[in-house]
Ligand binder design. Structure first.
Ligand code: MRU
Length: 432
């Protein structure tokens, strides 16, 4: 009887999907018996939509604001085209990943392009865009479509691979070096960007033929991206030891999976603690002027079902004074011999932490350390004044007012209670 067979088939598939979801293995959209589409990004982050009669997947994906590049539709075990009608029992696997999420940045093997989640659109829209040329990737870096130190490391790495694949004409090596310089300069403070660029360039230039250069560049970039995820998970496990069940953590900016390839640094520590079964609450500062805290951290944690409360930056002192915060964890863009560079406002939080005796932790991979330099030698990126004059496209200050808009600040190392790395937790006095 085809009806019974169909029910057994879809029932089994739904059970498998449920199991994989529980295990955090995949990110799926599937169509249940009831013709509802369910989207689950991470545990707790499920959304449900009715499937209109005759809907195609293309239409559904538009409605869900999910990108098509990352979607495979399975019917009876075979991929089906996007323009076909949705059927009961169909399963769409968006991406098979280790951490139960889609990566922030990755390489599209078919098109030889760099794919990245456009973070400027979050939380309103989840969209993955493709960069097919070095200028388009540089634009994405400068406009913060891809941002956060480790994600910039991967962007730099894939950027050199992109330069190798998109180069036209002779002298691939010369072209590669030029493109590397342009990518490296796109944002000056996060050291991971130049780390990614230089590591891939160094390996790629060993290639004897143009083909070998391209192959080596891509393999090394992929290695950096994969390593990054592994490193964050290790870092998260070390950091989780610092958090007790029931504690509340304040974080600043976004040092989550969106600032990395996956998992996150500061938010990776929280994620790891939650995975160990600890109940952790998070206070996320909104992080003016570009609101990485409210737009990205709050969204990302909610996707994971982690308890997050949003506050404006000028509420940080009050929440600490009223005893609501047990620990502070932030990320880093660069750690020199004497200071931690991170999103503008981090220093202010560290001063408040000292005053209120709240431990102030920095979570960062070893690739963020720049121990040959000191604070004074680092260039702090200054961004366009319109980031303060406008909010969501609306003028909120006199159009011609002078603006000072540094994107980062430096916190002296002596004010950092511990640095959480993939190698373990470093404590003061820091001896590098
Ligand atoms: O300007 P951004 O959004 O790239 O700044 C990002 C930060 O300051 C992050 O806190 C830092 O890169 C750490 S990311 C793990």
């Amino acid at each position: 009887m085809p009806g019974v067979r169909w029910m057994i088939y879809t029932g089994t598939i739904n059970l498998i999907v449920y199991y994989l979801l529980r295990k955090n293995i995949i990110l799926v959209v599937y169509i249940s018996y009831w013709m509802k589409i369910k989207v689950r990004m991470m545990p707790g982050g499920e959304r449900s939509l009715d499937v209109p009669k005759g809907a195609t997947y293309q239409k559904l994906l538009e409605k869900l604001k999910v990108d098509r590049e990352t979607v495979i539709v399975f019917r009876n075990g075979k991929p089906v085209p996007e323009d076909e009608e949705v059927c009961q029992g169909d399963i769409k696997i968006l991406k098979v990943v280790s951490g139960g999420s889609t990566r922030t940045i990755y390489w599209n093997k078919k098109r030889n392009t760099v794919m990245l989640i456009d973070q400027t659109l979050l939380p309103e829209k989840f969209k993955v865009i493709g960069c097919a040329t070095v200028p388009s990737l540089v634009e994405a870096i400068k406009s913060l479509r891809v941002r956060g130190a480790p994600a910039l490391g991967a962007a730099g790495a894939f950027g050199v691979a992109l330069a190798a694949f998109s180069h036209k004409g002779k002298n691939l090596r010369g072209g590669l070096k030029k493109s590397a310089a342009v990518i490296r300069e796109a944002r000056p403070t996060a050291v991971n960007l130049s780390y990614g660029v230089d590591r891939v360039l160094g390996v790629a230039l060993n290639g004897r033929t143009d083909n070998e250069v391209r192959k080596l560049a891509l393999a090394e970039a992929q290695k950096i991206a994969d390593e990054g995820v592994e490193i964050n998970m290790r870092l998260g496990r070390h950091g989780a030891m610092l958090l007790k069940n029931g504690e509340t953590v304040l974080t600043y900016c976004n040092a989550g999976r969106l600032a990395c390839v996956d998992f996150g640094t500061a938010l990776g520590v929280i994620r790891a603690a939650v995975q160990q079964g600890k109940k952790i609450k998070v206070f996320a500062c909104e992080t003016r002027p570009l609101n990485q805290g409210s737009r990205i951290t709050a969204w990302e944690l909610m996707q994971d079902g982690i308890d997050v409360t949003l506050i404006a930056d000028n509420m940080a002192a009050h929440v600490m004074r009223s005893g609501k915060i047990d620990k502070i964890i932030v990320g880093a863009d660069r750690i020199t011999r004497d200071a931690v560079f991170n999103k503008i406002g981090t220093y202010m939080i560290s001063v408040l932490a000292k005053e209120h005796k709240v431990p102030f932790y920095v979570a960062a991979p070893m690739s963020t350390f720049d121990l040959k330099r000191t604070e004074k030698e680092i260039k702090i990126e200054e961004r366009d004044g319109d980031e303060l004059r406008y909010f969501a496209g609306k003028l909120i200050a006199p159009k011609k007012v002078k603006v000072y808009n540094p994107a980062f600040d430096a916190t002296p190392l002596e004010d950092v209670s511990a640095i959480i790395t993939e190698k373990g937790v470093l404590r003061p006095p820091y001896r590098f």
